[in-house]
Design a protein around this ligand. Structure first.
Ligand code: SAM
Ligand code: SF4
Length: 439
């Protein structure tokens, strides 16, 4: 066994909010096993990377990190690779980086305590579940990093198999937690003082209560009604499972934030079919119309992939026209990245990287203009923000609106971090708003 002095770990997280929250659970588990978290690789006995393989660039980062720190193995430090790259590459990681002693996919985190014992004994530990697990990683040891806002994963994995995506292979099959256990966690968090809860899932709205008690919209409303909860967010929603009842819940329950992230991926029905998204441009736009028809103004954001194999210039133009039609409040744009095991690998007519880069620039520039225009509408409005921090250099406080916009503001008296304050919006940029706290 390692001595207590050695039982320190450093954990770096790459990728999405699911990974950030998984890391909070991994940290909690390690602490419960007697480890202490440290902030630098130098101080740590165990160095862990929670990895992302959604795009090639993300995947390469972990191998660069491992190469950078290989020399530290001579000092007795141990290395572990967690998350999507671990699940995807499996034992091959040991060949590529022989100084790694633990490889563990997200579906195996519940086995971490035993794996830690193994690596402490100088052995290698592998935790790779097949797609078939129906267990969720529920733990009482979640080390949440923010005392005001916390994540709850309600559904893990994905069964959609979009043609370009590794997630169904790296995160296993879709499995939901019971609504009782989600509500219990929300209540516990509210008692601890959390006021904002973010429900998470690769497709959060594909949620299916194993007990059949609540639909996703009903669960959303119930979390919003937990005493002490002031804001509920949820991400990511899949258009195929996006029902009108979600919009009705947002209208009916004021604590549900008026923001929906609804990835479209492409504005062309032909490309959507090739991507195996199983909805058309028109069906997607119908969902947008439901949101535009809501009593509260809902801010809408999306993900878009440019340069999917065979995407013609005219099809890319259709994506640009969709941007104008929807008028998104935010867009995450990505160049298509070919991923292992995915059906899109076999498609012909790859788009050259320079052309993908050009399309991405055009897309983001067009969207910047839309956001510049959209944000003007907030001028003169008083918006409630949750105070997130202070930008000392600019002498501005940083807040976030229910619409999920950053609102930087000045205040005569210092507001408390985590409190909710009214701010008069006096200016805007494409990615943020500017204002003065109202006293
Ligand atoms: N489940 C969500 C959905 O289907 O809308 C998305 C989750 S995925 C982790 C986040 C985003 O990564 C996707 O919406 C997509 O835009 C992007 N993405 C996934 N695979 C990609 C690939 N091979 N190349 C480029 N972007 C990709
Ligand atoms: Fe990936 Fe599609 Fe599943 Fe989203 S729905 S995680 S893009 S396979």
């Amino acid at each position: 066994m390692a001595s207590d002095a050695q039982k320190t770990f450093y954990l770096e997280t790459f990728g999405c909010q699911m990974n950030v929250h998984d890391s909070e659970k991994v940290i909690g588990t390690l602490i419960s096993e007697g480890y202490r978290q440290v902030q630098t690789v130098d101080e740590a006995g165990l160095i862990l990377y929670n990895t992302c393989s959604i795009r090639d660039k993300a995947e390469q980062k972990v191998f660069h990190r491992l190469a950078d720190y290989k020399k530290l193995q001579a000092q007795g430090k141990k290395f572990g690779v967690l998350g999507c790259v671990a699940q995807q590459e499996g034992d091959r990681i040991f060949e590529r980086a022989p100084h790694v002693s633990m490889v563990c996919g997200s579906a195996s985190y519940r086995n971490l305590p035993e794996m830690l014992v193994q690596i402490e004994a100088g052995k290698r530990a592998t935790g790779l579940d097949d797609r078939e697990t129906d267990q969720c990683f529920e733990t009482e040891f979640t080390a949440r990093t923010n005392p005001h806002r916390g994540y709850i994963t309600i559904i893990e994995g994905c069964d959609k198999f979009c043609a370009y995506c590794v997630v169904p292979f790296t995160r296993g099959k879709e499995r939901s937690r019971t609504s009782d256990s989600v509500l219990e966690e929300a209540r516990r968090m509210a008692e601890l003082g959390y006021t904002e809860i973010q429900l998470l899932g690769q497709n959060v709205n594909s949620y299916k209560d194993p007990t059949g008690k609540k639909t996703f919209a009903e669960l959303l409303a119930a979390v919003g009604q937990v005493p002490g909860v002031r804001r509920v967010r949820f991400t990511t929603s899949h258009p195929r499972d996006f029902g009108r009842d979600i919009v009705e819940a947002i209208d009916a329950v004021p604590t549900l934030c008026d923001h929906v992230h609804l990835p479209v991926q492409s504005g062309s029905t032909r490309v959507l079919a090739a991507m195996q998204r199983l909805y058309t441009r028109e069906q997607y736009l119908e969902r947008i119309q439901w949101m535009k028809g809501a009593r509260r103004e809902i801010s809408i954001t999306t993900d878009i992939i440019v340069g999917f194999p065979g995407e013609s210039e005219a099809e890319f133009e259709q994506t640009l026209s969709l941007l104008e039609q929807v008028e998104y409040d935010g867009v995450f744009g990505f160049k298509y990245s070919p991923r292992p095991n995915t059906p899109a690998l076999k498609l012909e007519d790859a788009i050259p990287d320079e052309e993908k880069a050009r399309r991405l620039n055009v897309l983001l520039e067009r969207q910047r203009e839309i956001q510049r225009r959209r944000n003007l509408r907030h001028h003169g409005e008083v918006l409630e923000v949750m105070v997130e921090g202070k930008n000392e250099a600019r002498a501005q406080w940083v807040g976030r609106t229910s619409h999920n916009k950053v609102l930087n503001f000045r205040a005569a008296a210092a507001p408390e971090i985590g409190s909710y304050v009214p701010v008069l919006t006096t200016g805007s940029f494409p990615n943020s708003l500017l204002g003065e706290m109202v006293v």
